[in-house]
Design a binder for this molecule. Structure first.
Ligand code: PLP
Length: 392
């Protein structure tokens, strides 16, 4: 009889965002006239950078003509896309070889797929709270999870523990808390990982939101990172590519464990199980990472950042503790009146028709916290916060 991966049984019955969607749609069904505003799921709402769309249209048009038609592309990415990634890194003083990067369909996929490189039974450190994917994929793979609590006391930033571990997920700026490492804090993790021959899986999805000058934009800005870290970069939040799907992953050549190159393993994995990101989306990525594309993308980020003030003004007026918003698109707030995350979720939905994200969905330390997203229009965010002001 076939043996199946029973680790899947360890997953929670409902993924956070499915539960939010279920509760919201049940409410809307029962109250069809309620003007619900969603400040919940972390999906962008501003349109793509026009230069990226134009590049994808042009690339698609090329496929219509025999002279410019293309078949399969290189599995690990076209050179023109790698050059754009290389130049993007260089702006932060980081040198990355073409052989160290892979172009993919977004990093949710790469973060999940790269787990093929690791045997089961590793001790995995996961910040708590954090993006739920790391826990889910680690459970699926039979890893042993250890949470690192990130609380008000440590400014929501994970600190290396005094015990050894094998794999470490770091997300900076963090989803959901917005906490962002400075150089020294990240260096402490690099030193810890090198000391224990562990590997850091660095999720850089919100890097473009960093405004502080003292914060690194890549873990490879840190000395020693090339021997212990891999980095995942997404165009989703940088340039609005959530629907298009595009991202890139860097695995340095110096990353060797048990005498084996993880760079080679990742290339083997991708060339075997993946046939490459679409030509048109790679043209889109290339345009999005050009100076003009980045300027257009930054206009959208500036738009979202205007919403931060709408949210934080109300929280400050009402004396509600919050963090985030500065280097990230999310505001992380303490639920008022000692409410649990889900009770506050229901309260907001039922009284003022606003949907947010319960903090406990990101890990046990997220209990009694709540995430509000700035990914909405200025008008909707203003309206939502005016309503919330009346009940705080
Ligand atoms: N990492 C974090 C921290 C995220 O918040 C998200 C999406 O919300 C992702 C990864 C997934 O990014 P992508 O759209 O590139 O799969």
């Amino acid at each position: 009889m076939v043996k199946i991966n029973l680790n899947y049984e360890k997953l929670e019955a409902n993924y956070l965002f499915t539960e939010i969607a279920n509760r919201t749609s049940a409410f809307i069904k029962a109250n069809p006239d309620a003007p619900v505003i969603k400040l919940g799921i972390g999906d962008v709402t501003r349109p793509l950078a026009p230069i990226a769309v134009d590049a994808m249209v042009k690339a698609t048009e090329e496929l219509k003509h025999v002279e410019t038609f293309r078949g399969y592309g290189p599995e690990l990415g076209y050179k023109f896309a790698k050059k754009a990634v290389q130049d993007y890194y260089l702006a932060y003083g980081v040198e990355v070889d073409f052989e160290e990067m892979t172009i993919g369909d977004g990093i949710g996929e790469d973060i999940a797929n790269i787990t093929d490189l690791f045997a089961s039974g590793n001790t995995v450190l996961i910040p708590d709270p954090v993006y739920p994917l790391y826990k889910a994929t680690s459970l699926m793979d039979g890893q042993h999870i250890k949470y690192i609590p990130c609380t008000e006391a440590n400014n929501f930033l994970p600190i290396p523990p005094d015990f050894a571990s094998d794999m470490i997920y770091l997300c900076s700026p963090n989803n959901p808390t917005g906490a962002t490492f400075n150089y020294e804090e990240l260096k402490a993790w690099v030193d810890y990982a090198n000391k224990h021959e562990a590997i850091i899986l660095y999720d850089n999805a919100y890097e473009r939101f960093i405004t502080d000058k003292d914060k690194p934009h890549s873990i490879f800005e840190i000395e020693g990172a090339r021997t212990c870290a891999m980095e995942f970069n997404s165009l989703s939040k940088t340039a609005g590519f959530t629907c298009v799907r595009s991202g890139y992953t860097v695995v340095p050549k110096e990353l060797i464990r048990e005498g084996v190159s993880l760079n080679r393993m990742w290339q083997q994995r991708q060339t075997t199980k993946y046939n490459g990101a679409p030509y048109a989306t790679q043209r889109g990525l290339t345009a999005a990472l050009s100076p003009e594309g980045l300027a257009q993308a930054d206009e959208n980020i500036a738009y979202y950042k205007r919403n931060v003030k709408l949210i934080t003004d109300v929280l400050e007026e009402k004396g509600i503790f919050y963090s985030g918003g500065h280097n990230s698109p999310y505001i992380w707030l303490k639920c008022p009146k000692g409410l649990t995350s889900w009770d506050f979720f229901d309260y907001l939905l039922k009284t003022v028709y606003v949907v947010g994200t319960p903090g406990v969905g990101f890990g046990p330390s997220g209990e009694h916290y709540f995430r509000l997203s700035t990914f909405n229009t200025y008008e909707a965010t203003k309206e939502a916060m005016e309503r919330i002001r009346t009940i705080l």
